[in-house]
Design a protein around this ligand. Structure first.
Ligand code: PMP
Length: 441
């Protein structure tokens, strides 16, 4: 079946290459393949399945709409289903934003909401430039691509994202984050930089596709001060970090930063496609019809999303993600002491990355000059994408599905559902440790 389908599909597909399985049934963390094998799914639809596969409350919400005779596709008209979704969404939003926010339904993917956010701030400010960050991922449509990591565009100014490991300045920690913040200030304030006042700044509070890079809270607060002082709208892309994933309902809540615009997708649709932009009401300068799109009224996705948001909130799954994530980080860090090919273990809540390196190769210098050289002189060892791919393969052999990410695809990523049990968490850790042991020399 897989071979026949592969022959017909585009060469661009990636997951199917690394994960040659044919899922036929799924529940919670578990996927069952056509071959009868069971897998623990720590990819979760690229972080979409906050409640795992086919959670009963999600299925019930979908069935209720199906059985009610309500329209399934209704453009952007008001419906009771949509009203319930908006009410629940606003209940969860950071209070500083919820009190005076508007929502724009976009659709159906995260990248559509990113486009809408970029367009909104450009319209509201009358300016065109966008500040974005190294290692960012915002989607696959033109504007979102411009703002993502490797792309070059005249309207997007790319700034260093603060990372502890592979710190662009080679120092890491608070000092590295402060250097990154000062870099941003100097780009904005030094006329020699040639960067005009931008329309907005877009950032991920924890970079996902970029290799699981949590931004330090102090740096996020600095970004808030810098943008506020210059009237630059701050866009938080919470497509992947939202709905409890990082240990708060929204990842910006760790720092207390209230962005002007939030881009939301993935988990808000409870496994069905849904994407929205939420923004301060004074940015709502759009004329009627200024933003459109056919698929902005997916009632099943809204119902599944309402059920998911309410379940995460009522069952305090963000807190659970925080506690479980801390446990997983501790276990993985202890694994890293046994295996020098694990260069770094990092994450926030249940968004976790394990970076594979070549410990025998010479450490690499930091890409940007630092006024303070790295302690000990050397930076991290070079990334080891082949080793990461081997870990992924060995995980699959042991019935564990993991994702790769990072600039060099050298980071093994874990994005399990927030409903994962303690026993399942330990099973994931055991299989991962076995897989690393199988490939490490
Ligand atoms: N922003 C972030 C932070 C993402 O992680 C992603 C998807 N991985 C997107 C935007 C794009 O979402 P989509 O793939 O649904 O277009």
């Amino acid at each position: 079946m897989l071979r026949r389908q592969s022959a017909r599909e585009s060469a661009a597909r990636t997951y199917a290459r690394a994960l040659p399985i044919v899922p036929v049934r799924a529940r919670g963390l578990t996927i069952e393949g056509a071959d009868g094998r069971r897998y623990l799914d720590c990819l979760s639809g690229a972080g979409t399945l906050a409640l795992g596969h086919n959670h009963p409350v999600v299925l019930e919400a979908i069935r209720k709409v199906l059985d009610s005779g309500a329209p399934l596709h209704i453009l952007d008209l008001a419906t009771p289903v949509k009203d319930a979704f908006t009410t629940e969404l606003f209940r969860t939003l950071p209070s500083g934003l919820a009190d005076h926010a508007r929502v724009q339904f976009c659709g159906p993917a995260g990248t559509d909401a990113v486009e809408a956010a970029l367009k909104l701030v450009r319209t509201a400010t009358g300016r065109s430039g966008i500040l974005a960050f190294t290692g960012a991922y915002h989607g696959m449509t033109a504007g979102a691509l411009e703002a993502s990591g490797g792309a070059a565009d005249v309207r997007v100014t790319r700034l260093p994202y603060p990372q502890d490991y592979r710190c662009p300045f080679g120092v890491g920690g608070e000092h590295g984050a402060e250097l990154a913040a000062r870099w941003t200030e100097s780009v904005l304030d030094d006329p020699k930089s040639g960067v005009p006042l931008p329309a907005g700044m877009i950032l991920e509070p924890v970079q996902g596709e970029g290799g699981v890079n949590p931004a330090p809270d102090a740096w996020l607060r600095r970004m808030r001060q810098i943008t506020e002082a210059r009237s630059i709208p701050l866009i938080a892309d919470e497509v992947q970090t939202g709905v409890g994933r990082t240990g708060r309902f929204w990842a910006v809540e760790h720092s207390g930063v209230v962005p002007d615009v939030m881009v939301l997708s993935k988990a808000i649709g409870g496994s069905l496609p849904l994407a929205v932009v939420v923004y301060r009401d004074d940015l709502d300068v759009w004329q009627p019809g200024a933003h459109a799109g056919t698929f902005r009224g997916n009632q099943l996705a809204m119902a599944a999303g309402t059920a998911t948001l309410a379940y995460v909130r009522e069952n305090r799954l963000a807190e659970r993600a925080e506690a479980l994530g801390a446990h997983v980080l501790t276990q993985l860090r202890s694994l890293a002491t046994e295996f020098p090919c694990i260069g770094d273990v990092r994450g926030r809540g249940l968004m976790i990355g394990i970076e594979l390196v070549d410990p025998e190769a010479a450490p690499e210098p930091a890409p940007l000059d630092s006024p303070t050289p790295a302690p000990g002189g050397g930076g991290p060892h070079p990334a080891a994408p082949a080793l990461a791919a081997a870990v992924q393969r060995e995980c699959l052999r042991r019935g564990l599905i993991v994702e790769l990410g990072g600039r060099h695809a050298s980071v093994v990523r874990l994005l399990p559902p927030l409903t994962i049990s303690d026993e399942q968490t330990n099973a994931v850790l055991d299989r991962l440790a076995d897989a690393v042991a199988a490939v490490a020399r």
